[in-house]
Design a protein around this ligand. Structure first.
Ligand code: GLY
Length: 321
């Protein structure tokens, strides 16, 4: 059973979760809702998020449904179904979501066989007193919530894994570079913010690896006192800089989101290794809907999708280095 298409489950879940999520602000209007997402697939994700919001959903509904679009796309090999697997050939997913109004967050890590980890993360936030669930426990929780396990490894991902596995002296992550791009989404309307992200993480990662995406304050953070942020790139390094919390903290001190992103990169540049070869990217939004996006990588700029005033567009982020 496809979690997205399971009308019975969603009908009962949404009745409960909509009441648990922060309701829409009375003055919230689609034209006031701003959605900001990482990478080119953020364009479709934002459009779905905006349509969800326009249809009466909350910001959390919008973020979940927007990110689901990318998780469901087998052509995105770094998120959800079709994501490249770990070193043992198993797709291992991480996701997190946060409501800036309630300051509640939910996340899952090392989740196998469930293609919509952001939806499971949301249920951790709204149906439990926990914040993060991992591995087998997260899978059992998802099953209890009505999700049906499925094979997430597509033939394309299997072929890529076999090629890697059969390459003599293939790279491993005991020490090595990275291959991944996370979908991160932040949103603002009527003084409220929310954030979420979802990833299959590093291709060929050592099983059990957890990086920034499912960790509150690292892969995502949202606080109505200031704004929201999300990160994509080398999560093993970025975790150590608590990137999203850093950016939101700087916005709370009065920085514009773009300057807050620069402040993070300045902080990282003082000590992070390999800044010119690995990839570090962040997006941010404040409660007024002002946005920031920045990448620190000489080879690959961050593309980000922005939805504002009912229209979406893809942009290239400023490079810090
Ligand atoms: N930033 C995603 C990851 O490193 O897994």
């Amino acid at each position: 059973m496809d979690p997205i298409d399971r009308k019975t489950f969603l009908a009962s879940a949404s009745a409960a979760t909509l009441s648990a999520a922060a309701p829409r602000a009375a003055n919230a209007d689609t034209r006031d809702a701003v959605f900001l997402s990482t990478w080119k697939w953020g364009v479709e994700a934002n459009a779905k998020a905006a349509a969800t919001f326009d249809g009466g959903g909350s910001l959390i509904d919008a973020i979940e449904k927007g990110i689901n679009v990318v998780e469901n796309d087998p052509n995105v090999t770094t998120v959800g179904y079709g994501g490249l697997p770990n070193a043992e050939g198993e797709v291992e997913l991480d996701a997190g979501i946060m409501d800036g109004t309630t300051h509640r967050a939910g996340s899952v890590c090392n989740l196998h066989k469930i293609k919509n980890p952001i939806s499971v993360a949301r249920l951790v936030m709204e149906r439990t007193r926990h914040t993060t669930m991992a591995g087998e426990g997260a899978l059992q929780f998802a099953i209890a919530m009505g999700f049906t396990p499925m094979q997430l490894l597509t033939s394309r991902a299997l072929e890529a894994w076999l090629k890697w596995k059969n390459t003599p002296d293939h790279e491993t992550f005991w020490i090595g570079p990275e291959h991944h791009d996370t979908i991160g989404m932040v949103a603002a309307t009527g003084g409220r913010v929310a954030a979420g992200c979802s990833t299959s993480g590093l291709a060929w990662k050592i099983p059990g690896r957890v990086a920034d995406s499912p960790l509150v304050g690292c892969g995502y953070f949202a606080d109505d006192a200031a704004g929201a942020a999300s990160a994509t790139g080398d999560g093993d390094v970025m975790t150590n800089y608590v990137t999203s919390k850093h950016i939101v903290q700087k916005m709370s001190e009065g920085m514009h989101p773009q300057e807050a992103c620069r402040d993070l990169m300045r902080y990282m540049a003082k000590s992070a290794r390999d800044l010119r070869t690995n990839m570090y990217c962040v997006i941010a939004i404040d409660t007024r809907g002002q946005v920031g996006a920045l990448s620190m990588n000489a080879a690959q700029p961050l593309h980000y999708a922005l939805w504002r005033n009912g229209q979406g567009a893809l942009h290239t982020a400023e490079h810090y280095l």
